[in-house]
Design a binder for this molecule. Structure first.
Ligand SMILES: C[S@@+](CC[C@H](N)C(=O)[O-])C[C@H]1O[C@@H](n2cnc3c(N)ncnc32)[C@H](O)[C@@H]1O
Length: 312
């Protein structure tokens, strides 16, 4: 797994500059993301929660439970929505083991502690790593029957090339009959989408700028927060919400631990997140290109969100 220092410095030496969204999630970032999920503008979480609640039975009808099924969750976060699936399986007396994977150790520790209290006896093994490295872990390579969860529109944070490569590799790691449930945020009115990344209370702003505070702490950088601002936009052609951090003046930032100084022009942008949106055709194409069979789309129509179940 690449280190934060190596990845951030490499991204800031590119033109245009970028920092991967994976570094949003330190302890403060995890908490801010939980706050984002509660915002009135952030429809995604509520839509997916309803989909899982409404369709848990249909989703699991594609799986046999003669042996405990392995539920592997990529980018699990606080697992709030995943509990809907656990509750269904417990009510049906279907046994499973849960493997949450996340780059944030803080998120994993909190999740594991909470689940152990809420579901005593639940078989759980968390793994801290990134999506691509996760595919090489023994748990992903095992012959156990699996459902891989990739919820919360995490798929939208991968650009098209990375998404294709990721799902091809995931397909190779799975056995026939294993499944992947992926949360896709659908294309819709651009204002509705943009508002979800530019809320009135400024929580998404704080989430984006918290990256700089993290770099100050972990890489010994000297970003002055007052010289930076949150800049979101919706790119209709790319069907993507894009988040940037904008330099409000010409300035240099030194990263003491990396012995590196980076120059920024006034108005220069650091690209920090892509959140791609999908049509049904895009979902079908991604499945077909990467070797999966699309088994079923579970939709929430107001506003549009789809959890798509693919089989290996
Ligand atoms: C947008 S949140 C969604 C959380 C959860 N899936 C949900 O639906 O509520 C993304 C989560 O994925 C994790 N994450 C982001 N990039 C990652 C990466 N490249 N590899 C592993 N985890 C990642 C973050 O730490 C965070 O917990």
């Amino acid at each position: 797994m690449i280190s934060i220092q190596e990845d951030v410095i490499a991204g800031l030496l590119e033109n245009p500059k970028r920092i991967s969204s994976r570094w949003f999630y330190d302890e403060k970032g995890d908490k801010l993301f939980q706050d984002i999920m509660e915002l009135p503008e952030y429809y995604l979480t509520r839509a997916e929660f309803s989909v899982l609640k409404m369709y848990a039975k249909d989703i699991f009808s594609y799986f046999t439970f003669d042996k405990p099924i392995q539920i592997v969750e990529l980018g699990a976060g606080d697992g709030k929505k995943t509990r809907v699936l656990f509750n269904y399986l417990n009510a049906e007396n279907k046994s499973f083991e849960y493997i949450p994977i996340d780059i944030s150790l803080n998120a994993l520790n909190r999740l594991e502690n909470a689940l152990k209290k809420e579901y005593p006896g639940m078989a759980i093994k968390s793994i801290q790593t990134d999506y691509f490295s996760a595919l090489k872990k023994d748990e992903l390579q095992s012959s156990k029957h699996k459902l891989v969860l990739f919820l919360g529109s995490n798929v939208g944070n991968l650009n098209e090339k990375d998404a294709i490569e990721f799902f091809k590799q995931l397909h190779q790691a799975l056995k026939p009959g294993d499944g992947v449930l992926i949360g896709f945020d659908r294309t819709k009115n651009p204002e509705t989408i943009l508002a979800a990344y530019n809320d009135a209370a400024g929580v998404t702003r704080n989430f984006n700028l918290n990256l700089l505070t993290r770099l100050n702490r972990e890489l010994g950088a000297n970003f002055e927060l007052k010289n930076w601002e949150h800049q979101p936009k919706y790119d209709i052609e790319r069907k993507s919400a894009l988040s940037f951090i904008r330099s409000t003046k010409e300035q240099s930032v030194t990263f003491e631990k990396a012995s590196k100084t980076i120059h920024f022009n006034e108005g220069e942008l650091i690209h920090t997140e892509i959140s791609r949106k999908f049509d049904l055709e895009d979902i079908q194409n991604l499945a077909s290109k990467t070797g999966f069979k699309l088994a079923s789309n579970f939709d929430h129509s107001m506003p549009l969100y789809t959890d798509s179940l693919w089989l290996a």
